[in-house]
Design a protein around this ligand. Structure first.
Ligand code: C2O
Ligand code: CU
Length: 436
């Protein structure tokens, strides 16, 4: 896709409708949809969606509520829905083969889970996710604070890329082994989907909920026309908000920003690439907020954080191996591994006593970056000095680097631990843990 296509497609962006969810049972129906991914003189693209659209509807619930949701599968393959980042009951985690049976075509499954944490989450297919997420089976899940921060607009910004053909279809080859052995299936077309919902003025205070829903692409984002702070990562509030100069989202990661509009005409979302910034999206600015806030941007109310037991913690290592250009390149089907093991077996990476703390060193012994995601828990990233950093569910580990994480395994059940570059997950980079 040429660059002008990239820019041109910003008009006519399809946006998900908003569902104001009030605690009643909601149906989430997966089925084929058509979406205007490319700009208007291309035909619509056959995709998969929920309730008629891709992205699926934005689910908004209040902290502590139950998400009571009937999933009906009307696509031609089995599926299941995972609530990414939600510290849910294990039985509701949506992982076929580990926490539930696959939901066959024509069948349904009732998900009922409590959402303990306020923040920005998302839901997505967890069966053949590298194909079903690439085709559009995902949507935002927003859990509102009991007393939300005072802003003029609370906006979801979904960032995705798609690999398109010149005819406006999704390129085939979701199981392409060459992609999987490299960075995964990278799109040739990317966009930030934003629904401003109403006019945005200079001086308005925005809450932006950035979610990287791409299967494999890491997005650094340059924001223009705003002044503010990062207030949460992966749904979890930062005790000290951070500057918005280094915004990077690995697949599945979220960044919440609270910022004041300083631009007179547009707020911009750029993806810096070697030949210059690609415009992913923008918010048009019209008029002036004469009642501007002078208060500084403060931390969001914290979610429950476990207290790590540093005296008695397990010390573990998880090494990422395999992929292209690796001496440890595995077989054609099991391209990637953790600790010499590809894919799931009966034996978990580790069995934890409920409440046990562990420090896990994630070693990236490959030529590619990996975004490592743990289900059912958040963990602390440890900085170089060994201090507790952000409390996340997905951490990006660059080639040749290592990251220590500290986790209190307080949620009983069988939980997946995998690379969220979904092509890597497809090709073996996954394991599981058992919390008794
Ligand atoms: Cu976003 Cu295994 O999940
Ligand atoms: Cu990976």
């Amino acid at each position: 896709m040429k660059r002008r296509h990239f820019l041109g497609a910003l008009t006519g962006a399809a946006v998900a409708p908003r569902i104001s969810w009030a605690g009643v049972r909601v149906e989430l129906v997966a089925h084929p949809v058509e979406a205007q991914i490319l700009f208007d003189d291309f035909p619509p693209t056959p995709m998969l969606g929920f309730n008629g659209t891709t992205p699926g509807p934005a689910l908004r619930v209040r902290q502590g509520d139950f998400l009571d949701l009937l999933f009906r599968n009307q696509i031609k393959d089995g599926s299941a829905v995972h609530w990414h980042g939600v510290r849910s009951d294990n039985a509701m985690d949506g992982v076929p083969g580990l926490t539930q049976d696959i939901v066959e075509p024509g069948a349904e499954f009732a998900y009922r889970l409590r959402v303990p944490d306020a923040g920005t989450f998302w839901y997505h297919s967890h069966n053949r996710s590298w194909e079903q997420v690439a085709k559009g089976l995902y949507g935002p899940l927003i859990v509102e604070e009991t007393s939300p921060p005072d802003v003029d607009h609370d906006l979801i910004v979904l960032i995705d890329d798609w690999r398109m053909t010149e005819a406006g279809a999704l390129a085939p080859g979701f199981d392409n082994r060459h992609d999987q052995a490299h960075q995964g299936r990278l799109g040739n077309f990317a966009r930030a989907l934003i629904d401003p919902g109403g006019p945005v003025r200079r001086g308005d205070r925005l809450r932006l909920r950035l979610i990287n829903v791409a299967t494999d692409r890491i997005f650094p984002i340059d924001l223009g026309g705003l002044e503010g702070k990062i207030v949460a990562l992966d749904g979890m509030p930062l005790p000290t908000p951070q500057p918005i100069t280094d915004v990077v989202l690995a697949p599945a990661q979220r960044v919440d920003i609270i910022a004041d509009v300083t631009a007179t005409n547009r707020v911009t979302f750029d993806f810096p690439v070697s030949d210059g910034p690609y415009a992913l999206g923008e918010i048009l600015v019209d008029g002036e907020n004469t009642n501007r806030r002078s208060g500084r941007i403060t931390a969001l109310p914290p979610n429950r954080m476990p207290t790590p037991d540093l005296e008695q913690m397990a010390i573990l290592q998880l090494t990422m191996q395999g992929g292209a250009m690796s001496s440890a390149m595995r077989s054609q089907t099991d391209i990637w591994a953790f600790n010499e093991q590809s894919g799931l077996t009966n034996i978990p990476f580790h069995r934890f006593e409920r409440g046990q703390t562990a420090r896990i060193t994630l070693m990236n012994d490959t030529r590619f970056a990996h975004g490592i995601h743990l289900h059912g828990h958040h963990f602390f990233e440890l900085n170089d000095a060994g201090d507790l950093g952000a409390f996340r569910d997905t951490t990006l580990v660059n080639p040749g680097e290592k990251r220590d994480i500290l986790c209190v395994f307080d949620n009983p059940g069988k939980w997946l631990l995998h690379c969220h570059m979904l092509g890597h997950q497809a090709a073996g980079m996954k394991t599981w843990i058992d919390v008794a």
